[in-house]
Design a protein. Structure first.
Length: 410
């Protein structure tokens, strides 16, 4: 089934080309210029504004064609491409499946440890080891059950064995568990990304009820951790040797990371993070840094809209590259576009959104985010994950009891 959606025009234009700003300027000048000069100025203003609008990327961009690859998945959360183009897909209730190019969905792979499928938590991200072709290792994050209804985000590893269509998980083991376990249904995170040394970055949520712990270094609440492929601690982690700090820590002060992606040129870790009522963020996550939650945030308390902390800037706190206010978009999966499938888009950061139900394209100049374009606005689905496939097309995963994998062609 193939559908066509037209991209939405950007919601904002550069202030130098907004007709309202320029008309105001022209009106002011009209008091000092002759009438003919003022008229010429207004005409020139209209031409500049019209030209600017015609030059916007959305106006020049062809229609996107969302092509459904697979349907009928139950709350799919993430996908990872196998070397042959098939996809490993997680379902939040606790199932890991393989989906082929024809959309055939395998039975659940045996060996996934017990999953606490509660609220926002369950079976979450999945990623292949950078040396998968040699070692066949697969990693995933999940809500690990504890006693008394408590749970925490954990990382498991296994080797994918068997012929195509008859795979199984072998040597399954949990290599990391978030400390402490909390009785919570919310803010488990969580995404995995590999650095250039093959170590894992893992985003971990603040569990909602434990937001103040995000500023305390004796736990993994509201943090990004960095571990080796066997769960050990890399010797160059930034918090090693700091009094009372967990050695796995990479950064602190996060609320609920829902997307991680490594910049294909710089190797930097980029993240999308949920704010509360407004205050969603895009960050470059550097080792040893503090990202503010809940001391510094653009978000507000639910319902009341009252302030939570400061808006910053504040010494010692990293400010986001971008934030959304006053309405949250609920950013999710991230992917840098490196293919040539979409002329003019190479180097863009693609962001899925849950609340806004759009695919967001962010244009970049180094670390500076220069523009935002909202795509697939008529799709009407929460977009949980975004990946670039080995074929260069963008793939998205939609959330819900009838979740889909969709390839975005043009």
């Amino acid at each position: 089934m193939t559908m066509q959606m037209t991209m939405q025009m950007p919601t904002t234009m550069p202030t130098t080309t907004q007709p309202t700003t320029q008309t105001t300027t022209a009106t002011t000048m009209q008091t000092t210029l002759p009438r003919r000069a003022a008229a010429l100025l207004l005409a020139a203003t209209a031409i500049v504004a019209a030209t600017a609008m015609l030059a916007t990327p959305a106006a020049a961009t062809a229609k996107l064609k969302p092509v459904i690859v697979a349907r009928g998945l139950v709350n799919p959360w993430a996908l990872a491409f196998l070397p042959d183009g098939r996809m490993l897909v997680t379902e939040k209730p606790g199932r890991l499946r393989i989906v082929d190019a024809q959309g055939r969905i395998s039975p659940p792979l045996a060996g996934v440890p017990p999953v606490a499928n509660v609220g926002q938590c369950g079976l979450l991200d999945v990623a292949l080891d950078p040396k998968f072709a040699d070692n066949r290792l697969v990693y995933w994050t999940f809500a690990e059950p504890g006693s008394g209804g408590a749970n925490s985000t954990a990382v498991a590893r296994a080797r994918l064995e068997g012929e195509a269509g008859n795979e199984r998980l072998a040597d399954v083991r949990v290599i990391f568990s978030q400390v402490p376990k909390v009785e919570s249904r919310q803010h488990c995170g969580s995404r995995i990304a590999f650095d250039r040394a093959g170590h894992l970055w893992v985003g971990l949520g603040d569990r909602f009820s434990r937001k103040d712990s995000a500023q305390i270094t004796d736990n993994h609440i509201g943090k990004v951790v960095r571990i080796a492929g066997d769960g050990s601690v890399p010797a160059d982690n930034p918090f090693i040797g700091k009094a009372g700090a967990r050695p796995e820590l990479w950064s602190i002060g996060h609320r609920n990371i829902q997307g991680l992606a490594v910049h294909p040129v710089t190797g930097e870790l980029w993240a999308s993070e949920h704010g509360p009522q407004g205050g969603d963020e895009i960050n470059v996550v550097e080792g040893g840094r503090n990202y503010g939650w809940p001391l510094v945030t653009y978000g507000r308390n639910y319902g009341s809209g009252t302030v939570i902390g400061e808006e910053g800037p504040k010494a010692g706190i990293e400010m986001p590259l971008k934030h959304w206010v006053p309405v949250s978009v609920a950013p999710s999966g991230l992917a840098f576009l490196t293919s040539d499938r979409y002329p003019g888009w190479k180097g863009s950061l693609m962001v899925g959104t849950l609340r806004a139900q759009t695919l967001v394209r962010l244009t970049l100049d180094g670390r500076r985010i220069t523009g935002e374009e909202r795509l697939l606005t008529a799709l009407g689905h929460r977009i949980r994950d975004v990946r670039q496939g080995p074929d260069g097309w963008i793939y998205i995963v939609t959330d819900g009891s009838e979740g889909q994998i969709i390839r975005i062609e043009r």
